[in-house]
Design a protein around this ligand. Structure first.
Ligand SMILES: *C/C=C(C)/C=C/C=C(C)/C=C/C1=C(C)CCCC1(C)C
Length: 242
């Protein structure tokens, strides 16, 4: 494999295109969040740091996933799940930081993290240990969805929702509502990608490589978009305080 082969993006390969743009977008977003930390009030600085870490960790993984994909044209399952195992718990931390002034306890964060780990471990087993059968794909997809639904429930009706409802800070209320939408719409793209894998429910509709197309688009929406929402709230709240 010569270098040129892993840098040439064929016109009919949107997966390759999104690996390259995803990498650059994650990197740019990290620089943005980390520099903008100086523009917000002290209480928001940790949130912006965490946003920068999420996109930064993703940028590194995209750097490797991109080359892995270009060299093999296979899905970089392990790298993908290592990235998520670090970044999704950091998103749970983001929920906690937002709700801390409204009385969130660390047990709230650990429950979200536990649910996210269940979601990711089951998803990894579903993908990495696939025998190509629908039974395997569906079984682990369903187990994974239990973790997802827990987080979804917390954001829309459970603990996170209730704490935000009781809060008297409009920034917290709108922040949690925005994050809840990300979990409902943005995160729902991932199971669609998962179902494109061989044996998956949508494997007749999509090609196996489409899995990475869904994951790459979803990552950009959720990691950068989520961070931008937190940033918007931080800026609005900081201006009000000034
Ligand atoms: C930055 C990465 C994020 C926000 C990743 C989120 C991943 C998910 C919400 C994955 C969910 C899955 C299911 C609900 C079922 C099928 C397996 C997964 C892991 C793709």
């Amino acid at each position: 494999m010569v270098l040129l082969d892993i840098m040439k993006i064929p016109v009919d390969d949107p997966v390759a295109f999104t690996f390259f743009t995803g990498y650059m977008a994650m990197l740019a977003a990290s620089v943005f969040f980390l520099f903008e930390r100086s523009q917000v009030d002290g209480k928001w600085k940790t949130s912006l740091l965490v946003s920068g870490l999420i996109t930064g960790i993703a940028a590194f993984h995209y750097y490797y996933m991109r080359d892995y994909y270009m060299a093999t044209h296979e899905t970089p399952t392990a790298l993908r799940y290592i990235d998520w195992t670090l970044t999704v718990p950091l998103m749970c931390l983001e929920f906690y930081l937002l709700l801390k002034p409204a009385g969130a306890k660390s047990s709230f964060m650990w429950k979200l993290i536990a649910a996210s780990i269940l979601m990711l471990v089951a998803g990894y087993i579903g993908e990495a240990f696939t025998d190509g059968s629908t039974a395997h794909s569906v079984k682990w997809g369903v187990i994974s969805t239990i973790g997802y639904v827990y987080i979804l429930y917390s954001a829309w009706a459970g603990e996170a929702h209730q704490m935000a409802a009781k809060s008297d800070n409009p920034a917290v209320k709108s922040g949690i509502r925005a994050l809840a939408w990300f979990v409902l719409v943005g995160w729902a793209i991932y199971p669609i990608g998962y179902m494109a894998m061989p044996g998956g429910w949508l494997s007749g509709v999509f090609a196996p490589n489409d899995l990475d197309l869904f994951y790459n688009v979803a990552d950009a929406i959720n990691k950068i978009g989520f961070g931008l929402v937190v940033y918007g709230i931080a800026i609005a709240d900081s201006k009000k305080a000034a």
